[in-house]
Design a protein around this ligand. Structure first.
Ligand code: FAD
Length: 129
């Protein structure tokens, strides 16, 4: 796999030296012993996996979340924390040129929906963010 950032980015150092690690006591996450059985196994405990596991569990599915390191160990625990519009590197003209006007509009709709989705989840669960 070709990675876009230098190796340091993918190791433990950025997490160990971040404000989160220095100020919040890390929980001891449970490790499964023996055989674990579930109808759905979600691999990876970042935003994607946690959201999938949460929504599956809320829908009544028997779900297990399997994380190799610790929840939020990956990109989700070392990002800038911005949840806003304007996340594309390409500007509007470039998006329209590459993907057409419909594609450009779809991008903006999806971006707005993602922010609203996160906001709705934060409100519904009363998350202190
Ligand atoms: C430096 C940086 C800054 C960023 N800033 C922003 C920002 O400000 N706003 C924004 O919206 N986005 C930002 N992003 C992007 C955003 O963080 C990612 O798009 C998002 O976190 C991806 O979430 P994910 O759950 O898909 O992946 P990840 O959070 O990387 O989660 C994947 C998880 O899977 C685990 N895993 C991998 N392989 C296995 C395996 N075989 N078995 C079990 N577990 C496994 C990993 O340990 C990891 O915890 C940033 C990203 C970076 C790196």
């Amino acid at each position: 796999m070709r990675r876009i950032a230098r190796p340091y980015t993918y190791g433990p150092e950025p997490v160990a030296r971040c404000w989160w690690a220095q100020t919040v006591k890390t929980p001891v996450w449970p490790r499964p012993a023996g055989q674990l059985t579930a109808d759905v196994a979600v691999i990876g405990g970042g935003f994607t996996g946690l959201s999938a596991a949460l929504h599956l569990a809320e829908a009544g599915e028997d779900v297990a979340l399997c994380e190799a390191e610790a929840p939020f160990w990956g990109a989700s625990g070392r990002n800038g924390g911005f949840c806003c519009l304007g996340g594309a590197k390409a500007d509007d003209a470039a998006l329209a040129w590459r993907h057409g006007e419909d594609g450009r509009r779809d991008w903006h709709r999806t971006e707005r929906a993602a922010v609203e989705f996160a906001g709705g989840l934060i409100d519904r669960l009363g998350l202190d963010v």
